[in-house]
Design a protein around this ligand. Structure first.
Ligand SMILES: Nc1ncnc2c1ncn2[C@@H]1O[C@H](COP(=O)(O)OP(=O)(O)OP(=O)(O)O)[C@@H](O)[C@H]1O
Ligand SMILES: [Mg+2]
Length: 590
């Protein structure tokens, strides 16, 4: 119990959930008081039957007692049933509320949290741990208060009927508690180990099955199956260990039970033979004793039960205790329309400590222009976009829009105005239309088509069997990479973003299509600012400004011709792609 006490502060957040359905919990308490009352009167009715009805051959009393006994039975059965119903209610409602809170919290966690976990793990916590935790809180009265009640009732009855016997009976309780302490911790550890193993298997299987194409392409099916099955064997071993532990614990308590009951029977029998007690009292006391033992066992299992039931609770709290991202500073202001100068100043940033990616990087982007960021793979281009989106915060330096540090701006309206096409385009397994209006759920069909046209996607979409209603398959697997990217662009465009970020968004298209799309997206009247990250320099020749990233900072910047004239890094990159011609091969040739 010490352990329980020391952890009590950890479980304080659960109080909120408990109190939320306090009315249900109180109703359950009343039910269990009533049903316990019914249960505790039955032995006494039996005693009266033996000592008065039988002894005096009183038929009327017998019938009255039989009716009373029946009523008590009905009382306790109905009370128990209603309690179970209420418990189901409480735990279902709690599961709902806790899942909502859990998801809300999960989405607030920083991206770095997700990168060190798997989807399967989150699914397991959401699908299995949360109902477990809700069951524990919803069933708190049934699981924790009931065992005490069912011990108190017969104990009170025994004390009232024969206090000497009550003393004898009380000595038994510690035996059960000791035995439970011994097994409880082992059972809890095993439950924890099993949950961790199940979660690991689930996340591995989710990952492998999601990558089925890779598995097939490398001919690793048999190996995957073997690995899955060998993990299963670990689980089977664990369930056998749990079985043995339960068997040991059960056998021990059965043994103790038998010895104790035998001793008590002998003691009571002697007193009846000495004329110290009536047969009716013997029967009633024996019945109460059985109830007491049951209650003592319940109390002993209570500790075991709580320890095991706390496993999902702990696993849920592990996530809820994680520090969420600071969304908005106090006093953060609405960014207004994002049409100011975007500036990164002296940015230092690394994903891991001591591994800087950006190192004193500064750049300024004028509103309504098209700029491009180029540089070697792994140089930090995507990282710059991540900082603009505030998916990560710089370690040092500031990102500002229109003169305001983005950390002083409200995040939601900021992101609302940024359209982004990520380097890997992910689509939901839904229709083309649903994927496009993900950017703006209110968009009309005309807007969907207009965005698709701008992204050069309308033509291929209408050629699909169901047009905009075609389902794209998991992560867009029914489409080619270039088609997925164009849907991704349409999805970003439908937000009518003030700032559009394209991270290699056209890399899977031919250079003709790439140039055509970029030309269409080029801000004509300053309606948006466009930032393009690409490796294909021919596509961004017309950008207003090109930034060349090297060694974590901007090494060169200027228009295409200025940069070529500089004869530096950009010139070398250009020459690598096109030889030392001044002009790239025309669109038609590539
Ligand atoms: N989530 C992450 N955790 C740790 N390191 C990361 C993470 N994302 C990127 N990096 C590292 O940061 C560096 C810059 O990555 P970034 O994705 O910005 O490069 P990039 O210029 O976009 O490259 P590419 O042209 O290949 O897309 C790389 O060395 C990469 O290994
Ligand atoms: Mg990148």
């Amino acid at each position: 119990m010490n352990e329980l006490r020391s952890h009590l502060s950890r479980y304080a957040p659960l109080r909120r959930y408990f109190l939320r359905y306090l009315d249900l919990q109180l109703a359950m308490l009343v039910c269990s008081l009533l049903s316990g009352f019914g249960g505790v009167l039955s032995p006494y009715i039996t005693k009266l039957t033996f000592d008065y009805a039988y002894a005096n051959r009183d038929l009327h009393l017998l019938i009255a007692l039989a009716v009373a006994g029946l009523l008590m039975m009905v009382f306790s059965t109905v009370g128990g049933a209603v309690q179970q119903y209420l418990q189901l209610h409480a735990s279902q409602r709690l599961t709902y509320a806790m899942r909502a809170d859990f998801l809300r919290h999960l989405y607030r966690l920083p991206l770095s949290y997700f990168q060190s976990r798997t989807t399967g793990e989150h699914l397991y916590r959401l699908g299995s741990d949360i109902p477990g935790a809700a069951g524990f809180i919803g069933g708190f009265v049934g699981a924790v208060i009931n065992p005490f009640l069912s011990a108190l009732y017969p104990l009170a009855a025994v004390l009232w009927m024969d206090w000497r016997f009550a003393l004898v009976a009380m000595t038994v309780v510690p035996v059960f508690v000791l035995q439970s302490r011994y097994f409880g911790r082992r059972q809890r550890d095993l439950a924890r180990e099993t949950a961790a193993e199940q979660q690991r298997i689930a996340s591995e299987a989710t990952n492998r099955i999601a990558q089925v194409k890779l598995v097939k392409a490398f001919g690793r099916e048999r190996r995957e199956i073997r690995e899955y099955l060998s993990n299963q064997i670990k689980l089977i071993r664990l369930s056998f260990r749990s079985y043995w532990l339960n068997l040991q614990s059960g056998t021990t308590s059965n043994l103790v039970n038998a010895v104790v009951q035998g001793g008590v029977g002998l003691y009571l029998g002697c007193r009846v033979i000495r004329g110290d007690m009536t047969v009716g009292t013997l029967i009633a006391l024996s019945m109460y004793f059985v109830q007491l033992i049951g209650a003592a066992r319940g109390l002993a299992n209570l500790y075991q039960g709580i320890l095991s039931q706390l496993v999902p609770v702990d696993r849920m709290l592990d996530v809820l205790e994680m520090e969420g991202e600071v969304q908005d500073r106090p006093g953060a202001r609405h960014p207004g329309s994002l049409d100011g100068v975007i500036a990164l100043q002296e940015i230092q940033f690394g994903y891991l400590p001591d591994r800087p990616v950006l190192n004193g990087l500064s750049l300024t982007i004028l509103p309504g222009t098209m700029v491009a960021i180029v540089g070697a793979s792994g140089g930090g281009k995507t990282t710059i976009l991540n900082l603009l989106l505030r998916l990560y915060e710089p370690d040092r330096g500031t990102v500002s829009v229109g003169g305001w540090d983005v950390r002083d701006l409200k995040l939601a309206p900021l992101r609302q105005q940024i359209g982004v096409v990520l380097q890997e385009t992910h689509l939901f397994s839904d229709t083309v239309r649903a994927n496009i209006i993900y950017g703006d759920p209110e968009a009309t069909d005309e807007e969907v088509i207009a965005s698709a046209k701008l992204a050069d996607a309308h033509e291929f979409i209408t050629a699909l069997p169901l047009g905009y209603d075609s389902v794209v398959g998991e992560d867009g697997c029914h489409l080619s990479m270039g088609q997925r990217q164009r849907i991704g662009i349409a999805r970003a465009l439908i937000k009518r973003p003030r700032l559009l970020l394209l991270d290699e968004a056209t890399a899977s298209l031919g250079s003709t299509a790439e140039v055509r799309i970029l030309d269409a997206l080029r801000p004509k009247n300053g309606e948006r600012t466009l930032i393009v990250v690409t490796h294909r320099l021919s596509a961004i020749r017309d950008a207003d400004r090109i930034f060349v990233l090297d060694d974590g900072r901007i090494a060169e910047q200027g228009s295409h011709h200025e940069l070529l004239a500089l004869d530096g890094l950009y010139r070398r990159l250009w020459d690598q792609q096109f030889g030392s011609q001044e002009v790239a091969p025309s669109v038609g040739d590539s």
